[in-house]
Design a protein around this ligand. Structure first.
Ligand code: SF4
Ligand code: SF4
Ligand code: SF4
Length: 252
């Protein structure tokens, strides 16, 4: 018997669209999904969507910045059986949420001459306003994790990302430990699954995938301070992908 196709949407809010492009990068593996999916909304494939359709699964990329983002995300939630946050912007606010940690009114004056007329709200992630069923972390996402989630949803089984830190993948690949060189690497407290891609280029992990469960956050931050990194410097690193809020709510 022919299986009924799932109605699927891929929606972008305020974002760089890099996570959606990661999906497109799957090439034929994305095309193969059309055996199971009817794509009902995907702006990268179709210019205009007039009305949010009913969806079995909706993947949402981007953070909530504008009034129309807010309206759209609430509509999507009402019309989707399963809602998936796609990437760091959707799950943690993205790089642009750095603004939230500073003085947004002062910042906007440095950018726009007519700043009084410009809406300047705090940047929100999806979980701030709606219920999120699953998250695919990262900036951008690992598109193989997207595929894995898709096939677990098709088979109606649960999706889990192994709860291991970035260090696990970094060291199993034999990369040089930049923490040992004094870099403020967040690998010991951040969820792996990115193949430690930054460490491949000897760039310290800045935490785009969020914390892993059970991370020894305080111990790691104390260690970074002990090797010479000041609190202000560490705060700036933790702000890049929105980790600072999460950490402060856990350790304060
Ligand atoms: S998470 Fe990163 S790659 Fe994905 S939309 Fe946001 S900024 Fe772009
Ligand atoms: S470089 Fe970073 S991710 Fe790799 S082992 Fe050292 S601390 Fe962990
Ligand atoms: S190493 Fe860290 S910053 Fe780089 S992709 Fe992985 S989680 Fe993100």
């Amino acid at each position: 018997m022919k299986r009924k196709k799932l109605k699927v949407g891929i929606v972008g809010l305020t974002s760089c669209e890099g996570c959606q492009f990661s999906i497109m990068d799957l090439g034929n593996r994305f095309i193969d999904l059309l055996e199971y999916f009817e794509i009902v909304e995907f702006r990268l494939m179709e210019e205009k969507v007039f009305k949010t359709p009913e969806m079995d699964i909706c993947f949402v990329e981007g953070s909530v910045v504008t009034k129309s983002n807010k309206k759209k995300v609430k509509e999507i939630r009402e019309k989707s059986k399963v809602l998936v946050a796609l990437g760091n912007c959707a799950s943690m606010g993205g790089i642009h949420q750095i603004k939230n940690y500073h003085e947004p009114k002062k910042l906007i004056k440095n950018i726009y001459s007519n700043s009084d007329k410009i809406d300047n709200p705090n940047i929100l992630n999806l979980g701030d306003i709606i219920k999120v069923d699953y998250t695919i972390p990262g900036c951008p996402i690992n598109n193989l994790e997207f595929l894995k989630l898709v096939y677990t949803l098709i088979r109606e089984i649960d999706f889990k990302i192994p709860n291991k830190p970035v260090c696990h993948e970094c060291q199993s690949r034999g990369y040089r430990c930049v923490l040992m060189d004094g870099e403020p690497c967040l690998g010991p407290i951040v969820l792996g699954g990115c193949k430690a891609i930054c460490l491949k280029s000897e760039m310290a992990c800045q935490g785009c995938r969020g914390l892993f469960k059970g991370a020894q956050i305080k111990n790691h931050l104390d260690h970074l301070k002990k090797i010479g990194h000041k609190k202000e410097e560490l705060d700036h690193v933790l702000e890049i992908y929105g980790l600072r809020d999460n950490i402060e709510s856990i350790i304060n």
